[in-house]
Ligand binder design. Structure first.
Ligand code: ADP
Ligand code: MG
Length: 368
């Protein structure tokens, strides 16, 4: 059945303007690393010792900072859990994990059996809400990977190396054409679907010589919340993104061919940097179309979504340049402002019933 879209007014909107939230997480030293005190966490700030002038400490402040001992639960409860409430109220939210390879992006988003990350925790929580809510909640997921400017569906086996196309609908929403959206009915079902999808990713990796650190993985969770009493349906969406490693491949990879490949891989991250730069400068032209990833996530950067970026940092002197670049990128990201909007549809039948009941009073006009 076709429902008319209700015009959203400012009062319907729980949050009218919201800066991109920036959270920083420093991982612990790994067994093979030599600990030093180059990077430190001090409240909501990260302090790094300037490599050029060791007497100088550079301090960067963010919405929250987490040190090496922070548990997955803490980050989830503080920063992700509150977002879920907004998603159930019809807002879109995006969480990015940004950082160099080995800095803890996959640990933060996916985690392990013993230390599950944001993805499993989000799904578990959503199913808890679904199973106890008086409203009807439906959950669907899609999972895609962007590698060398191609978009691949991870919920189906990969049968070609040509990726999916990105399109724009009548309401100027960007979507990936023919991307599978799978309805999920329980957390156990999600676990099965997700682990199979992760396998598609790694199988494809061997075939195409893709390394997960060089591709972006985007899990989309579509949450539909139907309130029969009010005759409304709210559509929320969460994008959970494990970005490709942000290291400068020109420094780490030698050889001409590798350099060309790196340029293609890094195109999306370079474009992300340019988009963030343009938005933070208040430019009139934002180069979203310069890469697949920025195009798909257009709405999450300067658009109608709530967004949070988790900056993952590898501690120690060895990563100083990467840490310095990452922190400067994060500082620009802080300046981006989004204007979240609720996605709501009102059932025509319900409006008609209300009109009969309320006669002869005037009612709100529903704009088709
Ligand atoms: P990335 O996805 O950014 O390349 P990973 O998430 O794979 O990095 O992390 C690299 C290594 O560091 C992994 O062995 C991971 O288990 C470990 N690690 C990362 N973050 C943490 C953390 N907060 N606590 C414990 N171990 C971590
Ligand atoms: Mg990873």
């Amino acid at each position: 059945m076709q429902f008319p879209i209700k015009k959203i007014t400012k009062t319907d909107n729980p949050i009218s303007q919201q800066k991109v939230k920036v959270v920083c997480r420093v991982r612990p030293f790994l067994p093979h690393e030599f600990p030093d005190d180059t990077v430190g966490v001090d409240g909501n700030s990260i302090k790094i010792t300037n490599q050029r002038n060791p007497t100088e400490i550079l301090k960067y402040s963010f919405n929250a900072c987490y040190g090496p001992t922070t548990a997955q639960t803490e980050l989830f409860n503080n920063d992700v859990y509150p977002l879920l409430d907004h998603v159930l109220k019809g807002l879109n939210a995006t969480i990015f994990a940004y950082g160099v390879t080995g800095s803890g992006k996959t640990h933060t988003m996916q985690g392990s059996q013993e230390h599950p990350g944001i993805i499993p925790r989000t799904l578990r929580r959503l199913f808890e809400i679904k199973n106890t809510s008086i409203n009807r909640i439906d959950i669907k997921v899609s999972y895609m990977e962007i590698y060398k400017e191609n978009v691949y569906d991870l919920l189906v086996p990969r049968d070609s190396i040509t990726g999916l196309a990105i399109r724009e609908d009548m309401n100027r929403n960007i979507f990936v054409a023919n991307l599978t959206e799978k309805e999920i009915n329980s957390y156990a079902e999600f676990e099965k679907v997700y682990s199979a999808a992760c396998k598609h990713r790694s199988t494809a990796a061997t075939k195409l010589n893709v390394h997960s650190s060089r591709s972006h993985a985007i899990l989309c969770i579509y949450v539909t919340c139907r309130d029969d009493a009010r005759g409304t349906t709210l559509f929320g969406k969460i994008n959970l993104i494990d970005l490709a490693g942000s290291e400068d491949n020109r420094r780490t990879e030698n050889g001409k061919e590798r350099l060309v490949e790196s340029a293609a891989i890094n195109k999306s991250l370079f474009a992300l940097g340019q988009v963030v730069e343009a938005l933070s400068q208040g430019s009139s032209r934002i180069p979203y179309r310069d890469s697949k990833m920025t195009r798909i996530l257009q709405d999450s950067l300067g658009g109608r979504s709530l967004s949070m970026i988790i900056i993952n940092i590898s501690p120690g002197q060895a990563f100083y340049t990467d840490t310095y670049n990452t922190l400067n990128f994060a500082t620009r990201t802080k300046e981006i402002e989004n204007r979240p909007e609720v996605n709501q549809i009102t059932d025509v039948r319900h409006v008609a019933e209300q009109l009969v009941l309320a006669k002869p009073q005037k009612t709100t006009r529903v704009v088709p």
